[in-house]
Design a protein around this ligand. Structure first.
Ligand code: PPS
Length: 320
């Protein structure tokens, strides 16, 4: 199963990356990172036939996807038996690379070959807007058969995290930041427009099979979010929420194991056994880092897009 392999792509500037003609597209506006996935693989992924119980973790890039994947993994894996619940303190979770390779599938980056070999229920991951993510319109016994959890982060922090991510991969020069931010503001960067993506998911916020989370809120109240996600994922056949409610130590353990520092530490240990190149993936994990990097004109331009295109709750959270 392929993971993120940018090694064949030798680019020295963001212009070279964005101008790459080999990049797969989703629709006519979303350019995927070049060198990872072919057009055929993406086209196939968009037509994936979803199964009862499939869970999608979705986000615009750099919004907390990996963190959310880890929380979902813990909720779904800690509590099958009493013995497993007992041993939770000593459980060793998958590293980020194992999570992304073995447990979950990033369908728009890794395609859907052998996706049926994933553990069930399958956890599928995507950075695409709602309209492109595979779905079914039918319900079973009055319930939707697929669930979507979408995480949102302040676009100003997203763009900074995103730039550092590309810098880590391609050693882009610092002065490319302005160009990068410019593409982000215009929605012409890799993975297309942040605002199109967020609007598409926010429009579905009242659907019973869609849960929208905010990175900044999860930072402040991780326990509450673990419970919220567990309740959302629970149904007649799973009782995640019941188990967590009666075992506060499990919640504590999940919060500890999915903290930025724990995830960073286990990621770095995992890298010693190979998979180099992602040393700085866990960079800072905070809110507001944009203040150290963005010019006032860039802040204003992003805030204008928030004010013009997202609703008041986003303005309250990210502009005021
Ligand atoms: S990706 O590549 O799009 O899947 O990246 P994604 O996982 O969405 O986002 C990466 C940013 O999330 C931060 N991160 C975390 N923050 C808080 N807690 C935890 N556990 C955590 N894990 C990852 C990661 O550090 C990236 O943000 P920045 O601002 O670059 O540090």
């Amino acid at each position: 199963m392929a993971t993120f392999d940018f090694s064949k792509l030798a680019v020295k500037s963001y212009n070279e990356l964005i101008d790459n003609r080999g990049a797969a597209m989703v629709g006519d506006r979303i350019k995927l990172p070049p060198g990872i996935v072919t057009q055929e693989q993406v086209d196939e992924a968009l037509l994936l036939s979803v199964n009862h119980g499939d869970i999608f973790v979705t986000s615009y890039p750099k919004s907390g996807t990996t963190w959310l994947q880890a929380v979902v993994w813990w909720i779904m894996n800690v509590q099958k038996t009493d013995a497993e619940r007992e041993s939770i303190q000593s459980m060793s979770p998958p590293t980020m690379n194992e999570l992304k390779r073995l447990h979950h599938r990033f369908i728009d980056l890794n395609g859907v070959a052998n996706v049926d070999k994933l553990p069930i229920p399958r956890v599928l991951v995507s950075h695409l807007p709602y309209e492109f993510v595979p779905k079914v319109s039918t319900t079973e016994n009055g319930h939707f058969v697929v669930k979507y959890i979408h995480i949102i982060r302040d676009p100003k922090d997203v763009v900074i995290s995103y730039f550092h991510f590309f810098q880590m991969l391609f050693k882009l020069p610092d002065h490319d930041l302005d160009l990068f931010v410019d593409h982000f503001i215009r929605g012409s960067g890799i993975y297309g427009d942040y605002f199109d993506c967020i609007k598409s998911w926010w429009n579905r916020k009242d659907d019973s099979n869609v849960l929208i989370l905010f990175y900044e809120e999860m930072l402040v109240e991780p326990e509450k979010h673990v419970m919220k996600i567990a309740s959302f994922l629970s149904d007649e056949s799973t009782n995640y929420d019941e188990v967590l409610k009666s075992n506060p130590k499990i919640v504590e353990r999940i919060v500890g194991a999915t903290s930025f520092n724990s995830m960073k530490e286990s990621h770095l240990k995992g890298l010693n056994q190979g998979n180099r190149g992602f040393e700085k993936f866990f960079r800072k994990g905070i809110k507001g880092d944009w203040k150290h990097f963005l010019k006032q004109s860039q802040v204003d331009a992003i805030n204008d897009r928030i004010k013009n295109e997202l609703d008041e709750s986003f303005v309250d959270m990210y502009v005021k």
